[in-house]
Design a protein around this ligand. Structure first.
Ligand SMILES: Cc1cc2nc3c(=O)[nH]c(=O)nc-3n(C[C@H](O)[C@H](O)[C@H](O)COP(=O)(O)OP(=O)(O)OC[C@H]3O[C@@H](n4cnc5c(N)ncnc54)[C@H](O)[C@@H]3O)c2cc1C
Length: 500
């Protein structure tokens, strides 16, 4: 077994791929500061702004909200005379998020990460499927899934199952060419995917806020490679043990302030202008501009911007960017607890109609645990990653989500909702079929204009928060290299699968 493990490690390049080889003989800091506008203060914008500010650039970070963080943002709200905080939603920090975790370490925020125990899918009436104890070696972990009923003997002898081998063959060019035009739904039907395997894949597809019939099979193969088949960390991950503002964002703000960056809160940028010398943003001149807003707002920003007429093929990539369908996040402060003490903080469900996951905040977050102790009730966050077409009104979505919560945890029947915060949004990027080819890249092709976010096209294997952080850092690296400075080192999991 040890020899096999060594061979797999070797084949997968020790589970790491180096994105660049910085020339350390080049200067580290800029001598005559250049001005950079960063639009959007999510992880991507924070990443670009911090990397540039540290090197002496004159950075202005524009954020439309009153707080930084975007999809990991947190804010205060009042309810029944109490002041509470809520967040955009639960987030898992996987161990192979190398660049984001290096950043947390640099900020000193990594001490707030705590491990989650198990990756669990909940079926009705407290039936559950955990994945703890799975062999952690890529390839062998997939075979181990057999023990959990994810596939069976028939899967091996069924010739229709041969395409499953493509899961182990991730390769940017070939995988996208072959599978970006096919949806997960069609792949699952064509290969007669066993029911439990479908559930596991569905939970992957749902992490990208897509219905199976929309989700690109190429993106799903990439995600399976990134999260499961390219490292020994498996599906286990860490979470921040308190509100994101205290455990992450405030560290970024301190870092930016220390390096003299200007943070513009409550400042939505509706247009920018490309000029001879650079850019006009918010009435100021900049040498460089990095667009790090979400897809929905980026599309509008480019549509309204001036001076981009000479680059129609670039602007059309931005204006055809697609956002996902609607999703909902509902946090509930209640007077009851779940019965099963052994559940991890975050649980996927096999979804009746709309409830995809339940997070037990009273078990996970310090501030939530204090409220829970004082008020003798649990705090649950319910996610629906793709709101069904017939659920339009907030009240109908809530009713359906609550019905399903009680289906999975019948012991909560009769619960009283003491406080609640409901979000119904559609600002997640679409990873749907045939989207890859036209995705904008970090280096847009317009001099001085860069893009960053979990939606940009990159040739490294990162996704979601890690993609957001890495893209911001890569945008900064491009600017360093234009200014003759050394780049920051970045890495990812291997870009090719075990059998590629
Ligand atoms: C409910 C939920 C759960 C998730 N769970 C996970 C998870 O467990 N693990 C994981 O890795 N990822 C998860 N994600 C995905 C993750 O949150 C994102 O991939 C990541 O945070 C995206 O960062 P970003 O900077 O690219 O974009 P965003 O966070 O969307 O940031 C964009 C920023 O731009 C700002 N902005 C927009 N327009 C303008 C404008 N015109 N002017 C100025 N500012 C503007 C926005 O306010 C926002 O702050 C989850 C997402 C959601 C919604």
């Amino acid at each position: 077994m040890e020899t096999l493990r060594r061979k797999i490690r070797q084949k997968l390049n020790n589970y790491e791929y180096t994105l660049n080889h910085p020339d350390t003989s080049l200067p580290y800091c800029i001598e005559h500061p250049k001005k950079v506008a960063v639009i959007g203060g999510g992880i991507a914008g924070i990443s670009a702004a911090c990397n540039l500010a540290e090197r002496g650039f004159d950075v202005h970070l524009f954020e439309k909200n009153a707080f930084l963080g975007g999809k990991i943002g947190s804010w205060e709200f009042g309810s029944n005379g109490e002041k509470l905080r809520t967040e955009h939603g639960f987030h898992a920090f996987f161990r192979q998020y190398h660049n984001l975790r290096d950043f947390l370490k640099k900020l000193g925020a990594d001490k707030h990460l705590i491990p989650i125990d198990d990756y669990v899918i909940l079926f009705d009436k407290n039936q559950k499927q955990g994945f703890k104890g799975l062999n952690c070696i890529p390839g062998l972990n997939i075979l181990d899934l057999r023990k959990h009923g994810v596939f069976n003997f028939f899967t091996f002898i069924n010739p229709l199952s041969i395409p499953f081998l493509n899961l182990l063959k991730f390769d940017f060019e070939k995988t996208y060419k072959k599978f970006d035009g096919e949806s997960f739904e069609s792949f699952a039907k064509r290969t007669m995917m066993p029911k439990k395997m479908r559930i596991v894949f569905n939970s992957f597809a749902r992490a990208f806020f897509a219905e199976p019939e929309d989700m690109s099979m190429a993106e799903l193969i990439k995600s399976f490679h990134f999260y499961f088949l390219s490292n020994e960390d498996g599906l286990l991950y860490d979470v921040l043990h308190d509100d994101f503002q205290y455990t992450f964002i405030r560290y970024c703000e301190d870092f930016l302030n220390k390096h003299n960056a200007k943070i513009w809160y409550n400042t939505p940028i509706h247009e920018l202008e490309k000029t001879e010398e650079g850019f006009m943003v918010h009435g100021r001149k900049f040498d460089y501009c990095i667009i790090a807003s979400d897809v929905k707002h980026t599309r509008r920003l480019i549509e309204k911007s001036k001076g981009l007429e000479n680059w129609p093929e670039v602007t059309s990539k931005f204006t055809t960017l697609k956002n996902s369908g609607r999703y909902a996040v509902w946090r509930l402060w209640t007077d009851k607890f779940e019965h099963d003490d052994n559940l991890p903080f975050f649980i996927f469900t096999d979804r009746l109609k709309c409830l995809d996951s339940i997070t037990l905040y009273h078990k996970m977050e310090k501030t939530s645990a204090e409220w829970s102790y004082q008020n003798k009730g649990g705090i649950f966050e319910l996610h629906c990653y793709a709101v069904p077409k017939d659920l339009i009104k907030d009240e109908d979505i809530k009713e359906a989500m609550l019905f399903e919560l009680l289906h999975y945890m019948p012991e909560l029947k009769g619960l009283k909702i003491i406080h609640e915060y409901f979000q119904h949004r559609d600002d997640f990027p679409a990873f749907h079929v045939n989207q890859y080819k036209n995705r904008p890249e970090i280096k847009t092709g317009i001099p001085g204009l860069y893009a960053a976010g979990d939606w940009v096209k990159m040739n490294n294997c990162t996704m979601l928060m890690e993609a957001a952080y890495t893209s911001g850092a890569l945008a900064a690296n491009y600017i360093f290299s234009e200014e003759g400075l050394q780049e920051n080192p970045l890495r990812s999991v291997p870009t090719k699968g075990l059998l590629a």
